[in-house]
Design a protein around this ligand. Sequence first.
Ligand code: HEC
Ligand code: HEC
Length: 253
Amino acid sequence: MRQACFFSYSKFLAALVALFAFSQAPAQIPDKFTNLQILDKDSNRAQVVGQMRMFAGALGVRCNHCHLGENAATLEGFDFASDEKEAKRIARLMMKMVQDINSNHLGGIGRAEHLKVNCVSCHRGLTKPQSLRDAMLKKVDAEGVEAAERHYRSLRESYYGRASYDFGAGTLNNVSETLARQENDLDSALAMIRLNIEFHPESAYSHVIQARILMAKNDPDGAVSSLKRAMEIEPGNQFYEGMLKRIQNRRQQ
Ligand code: HEC
Ligand code: HEC
């Protein structure tokens, strides 16, 4: 009994030491700071390093994204005070923006307690925080639908299960509808909805979008089989039934 007790106590001590070592900043980070313009000039090392780790995590980068230095693993020879990197200068603007949002805008809601915005509210682990929808539409425009499809697959590989991008069915449904409606690009719209159905075969509405695109491409047989698939997934949906009737009537004319 005593033995067991001693054992767990030493384990506890080891965990405590590990925790302490973990929260300590590497020796390469100085104690005195010479170029703090937004953070409190009297901030101590733990406060500055805590903020910096938060920045790095929110943007999905390491210290060298904003600071001059070669080896991000050891931080050897880093010049943290330098403002040479553009990303550091942008980060200062972002810090001011966040302060302004929190005090002047969210504060203006007039509640005694209000939630606060922080870097991660927008960045979600990305340096350039954009939605998956916007990223896809931009890619189709710039490099074509095949490049966009490869891009989706590779983003999904890296980010699925994280907060960065929404890989739910809604995203490519919207991309596909936007390409069809606003850009009248039916081929790209069809490629995007097929990609969506590959990952979300049970999304009834994706099959309905596919049916609409196929109708517009003059493929009523394809449209009917897409709609029937949607109706298998959601039996009794009157909207889908009505659509199927309209297509069948049109075919008989
Ligand atoms: C997104 C950009 C960004 C990242 C990533 C970043 N920093 Fe910073 N860092 C800044 C900005 C901006 C300042 C200046 C803040 C100010 O003016 O109050 C700063 C200041 C510092 C300072 C104070 C320098 C001085 O003497 O004034 C240190 C030390 C520092 N960062 C260390 C780190 C470390 C260590 C990491 C990685 C864990 C890191 N930073 C990651 C943007 C960044
Ligand atoms: C309201 C949303 C929002 C918040 C909050 C926000 N950012 Fe940003 N940030 C953006 C957007 C949008 C861009 C892309 C700007 C562009 O490329 O034109 C960006 C770009 C950046 C960049 C440039 C990235 C690069 O290297 O290309 C840095 C650095 C950055 N933000 C740091 C921060 C830090 C640090 C915080 C928290 C203090 C923060 N941001 C909070 C929206 C935000």
